[in-house]
Design a protein around this ligand. Structure first.
Ligand SMILES: Nc1nc2c(ncn2[C@@H]2O[C@H](COP(=O)(O)OP(=O)(O)O)[C@@H](O)[C@H]2O)c(=O)[nH]1
Ligand SMILES: [Mg+2]
Length: 288
């Protein structure tokens, strides 16, 4: 209970801070999030440089292809704008060859022993040197123009961050149609998931990063807070629709129709996102 109260105080503190007009370093934060806050205050006016953060748990089957595509996007940006990109893979307590594949693809690898997707994202941000943070999941294929397109969107100083349209390509037709409905609904509701999200480093710090008390939906929550921050400060988020990223459908491919209906239901996610139990498939018997 005391731990819960502490986490609640932490969240309130971040909320108060991101809603105030002048920046105060947040109090009572966990170590990672406190260091994050301090790190990025100074990057507010720096010229744009990009750090891509890939949280990864036992991703040996997917991460090689993800990083190949990311390296292509990195080269494209370098060619078109002369802008270099840092790629960081956060090995979240993995036991397979994810880290060595990442190293041989030229990425920087950071280890994090506490299994939590939000924490892996925050640890990556803490180790990043770029002024713009781009979060990409380890099972997501990105188009060559991705980083260039994001850097173009962020030329607009009023844009604090955003996300990229995400499209699933499962084999089952009903699943394809179902996921397409959620995609359209998400767009109408102004929601965005974490397959690819981005944020200015200083704003990320003001929001205290991803909420580590959540085991699921931390990405949708972050985007919601980013939007709220933008609204309060008369700024905006940029949702990029002209290109799409493609996550794997590994979980959906194994699930029954009913299971899919329950586990993708936003209400179910909101009710249980702070409990680890319902998310065994993410934190114990993991589909890979
Ligand atoms: N499942 C899981 N993914 C993790 C963990 N830590 C980091 N990740 C990464 O978080 C991202 C999203 O996880 P994923 O299993 O693909 O979840 P999904 O996209 O919601 O189906 C992937 O890049 C994972 O490798 C962890 O402890 N469990
Ligand atoms: Mg995934």
């Amino acid at each position: 209970m005391a731990a819960d109260r502490n986490q609640q105080a932490l969240r309130d503190n971040c909320r108060a801070d991101s809603e105030s007009d002048s920046y105060r370093p947040p109090l009572k934060l966990g170590v990672v999030r406190q260091q994050l806050a301090q790190q990025y205050i100074s990057t507010a006016n720096a010229p744009m440089s990009i750090s891509v953060i890939v949280p990864a748990y036992n991703e040996e089957r997917y991460i090689g292809e993800t990083l190949n595509h990311l390296n292509r996007a990195k080269d494209y940006l370098l060619k078109r704008k002369g802008m270099s990109t840092e790629i960081i893979v956060v090995d979240n307590d993995g036991t397979d060859s994810t880290a060595s594949i990442a190293l041989s693809s030229g990425a920087k690898v950071i280890k994090e022993s506490q299994q939590n997707i939000a924490r892996a994202r925050n640890v990556g941000a803490k180790g990043a040197s770029g002024s713009l943070l781009v979060f990409i999941d380890a099972d997501v294929i990105v188009p060559e123009s991705l980083l260039w397109r994001i850097s173009e969107a962020m030329k607009d100083e009023g844009c604090v961050g955003g996300a990229v349209d995400t499209i699933y390509q499962p084999r089952k037709l009903w699943l394809k149609a179902y996921l397409q409905v959620w995609r359209l609904f998400g767009k109408l509701a102004g929601m965005a998931q974490g397959a690819t999200q981005f944020c200015r480093g200083d704003i990320y710090a003001r929001l205290c990063g991803y909420d580590e008390t959540m085991y699921m939906g931390e990405d949708v929550d972050f985007y919601r807070r980013l939007k709220r921050f933008a609204k309060r400060h008369h700024a905006r988020v940029c949702f990029i629709q002209e290109i799409q990223v493609i996550p794997s459908t590994r979980r959906f491919d194994r699930w029954s129709f009913w299971r899919t209906l329950v586990w993708t239901n936003p209400l179910f996610i909101i009710i249980f996102r702070r409990r680890k139990g319902p998310w065994k498939e993410w934190y114990r018997t993991i589909a890979r």
